[in-house]
Design a protein around this ligand. Structure first.
Ligand code: TYD
Ligand code: ZN
Length: 434
């Protein structure tokens, strides 16, 4: 029997404890990255995916949180370095943080969620004292093989103190696409406070709520992402720990991310970019419930449009596959009720995903060879955040008369000439540049 339910049912905001109500329920969902073998179908775990906005502190969050042992097990499938776009992004990221925040005498850098060392290897190569911290043993082993000093554990309050005791205070703590995964943000932030030097900075980068809302990118909602951050909500969270956001910059990753520089209150000047984004978030209503109700309406509309497009293509006997077995695809296929009858297979370059089936809907995941050997008529671009990279390498699909189906920011057949590579804008159109 499939297991239904999660250990933590959360009727209250996990940041400020005020009561919250979901603005959208996406229904029964498996864990997004839990690609599985046929033998595991019978024991598949499901929970109810619903998203709420907390009017008191502004945090957008899942109402039900899945036990982290179900999310990040020892065989966690995600290896950051498998995407060329992400490798490029983290190379420039590492160079920039080294230049801007680690120029002092013998700086010490800690990365929370160091994965396979995609960023830390640059700290190691630069001869800078560093420590990567990650809870998944398989990615830690890969990072160590690259010369990255790595500690395999969850980063929390105690980890922050232990690292300070063993290595001294950190001048720079970085984390990218990680804090959204942490069940208890307060223990993570307390860990940061325990570890950070007096003048040190904490640099975080996460998918940006403003982009999710403006692009109707509801596929960012899944079990592994417990929170969706705005500057307003982070300001409120950090204020509880005597920290503040002192600078920020928009990033193109994951369809629109934001990088925040956080410091102890009063230690650093607050940049104009922070004031500007705060004003823009208020203008676009990210602090108001009505904004999320309208967003929910657009999500339901997007689901209906995708179902109806795929229904039309099926009636016209078109072959449709998926491209990129992303975590995002799990939300889309389950929410829209799309199975192998609608999407023949999903091709993906990740060896560990090939030969598995997609969570919940059990669409086969295959290597890209299958796609190249016999192109379908259309492929749903589930890895839309890597659009530029994929379009550049799939010109054969174009030549064969095929086309991608897009659903962010709206549903339709994607033009091959689509100028989708606009500069990232936190509250503007979707960015598709890795
Ligand atoms: P990712 O961007 O991490 O999205 P999510 O966080 O939603 O999982 O995952 C991208 C996936 O797409 C990953 O499984 C690798 C796959 N992929 C391809 O199959 N081909 C490609 O050319 C690229 C860039 C990615
Ligand atoms: Zn709250």
């Amino acid at each position: 029997m499939p297991v239904v339910g999660a250990r933590f049912a959360m009727p209250a905001c996990r940041v400020c404890s005020q009561s919250i109500a979901p603005f959208i329920s996406l229904g029964r969902m498996p864990v997004a990255n839990a690609f599985l073998r046929r033998e595991a179908f019978a024991d598949e775990f499901f929970f109810n995916l619903a998203v709420a906005f907390c009017p008191a502190c502004g945090m957008v969050q899942l109402t039900e949180q899945v036990d982290r042992d179900r999310l990040f097990h020892p065989d966690y499938a995600y290896f950051s370095s498998l995407s060329a776009g992400m490798v490029r992004h983290f190379t420039s990221y590492a160079e920039q943080v080294l230049r801007e925040h680690a120029s002092g005498d013998d700086p010490f850098i800690v990365e929370i969620g160091s994965n396979d060392g995609i960023a830390c290897r640059h700290f190691s190569a630069a001869g800078v004292r560093h420590l990567g911290v990650d809870p998944s043993e398989n990615v830690c082993a890969v990072a160590r093989a690259k010369g990255v000093q790595t500690l395999c554990r969850f980063f929390d309050e105690e980890a922050g103190s232990d690292i300070r005791r063993d290595f001294g205070p950190a001048d720079l703590i970085v984390s990218a696409n990680v804090i959204t995964h942490v069940p208890d943000l307060h223990t993570l932030v307390r860990g940061v406070c325990n570890l950070l030097s007096e003048r040190g900075v904490f640099v975080i980068e996460e998918p940006y709520l403003g982009s999710i809302v403006s692009n109707t990118a509801y596929d960012q909602f899944y079990a592994e992402h417990g929170y969706y951050f705005s500057l307003l909500a982070l300001t409120s969270l950090f204020a509880r720990h005597e920290l503040e956001v002192v600078d920020l910059s928009a990033q193109p990753t994951h369809g629109g991310s934001m990088r925040y520089v956080v410091a102890r209150r009063g230690q650093r000047a607050v940049s104009q970019a922070v004031e500007d984004l705060r004003a823009r978030e208020r203008e676009s209503g990210l602090h108001q419930h009505a904004t999320y109700e309208a967003f929910a309406g657009r999500i339901l509309h997007s689901r209906d449009a995708l179902r109806s497009l795929l229904g039309e293509l099926k009636r016209a006997n078109r072959r449709v596959t998926g491209y990129g077995a992303t975590a995002k695809s799990t939300t889309v296929t389950n929410f829209c009720g799309l199975g192998p009858d609608d999407i023949e297979y999903i091709c993906d370059t990740t060896p560990g995903k090939q030969g598995t089936f997609s969570p919940g809907m059990h669409i086969p995941v295959v290597a890209p060879d299958g796609f190249h050997a016999r192109y379908p008529d259309h492929a749903v671009l589930f890895a839309w955040n890597h659009c530029a990279e994929i379009v550049a390498k799939e010109q054969g699909f174009r030549a064969a008369g095929g086309s991608f189906i897009e659903y962010v920011p709206s549903v339709g057949l994607m033009s091959w000439d689509r100028d989708g590579l606009a500069a990232p804008s936190p509250t503007g159109p979707a960015t598709r540049d890795s």
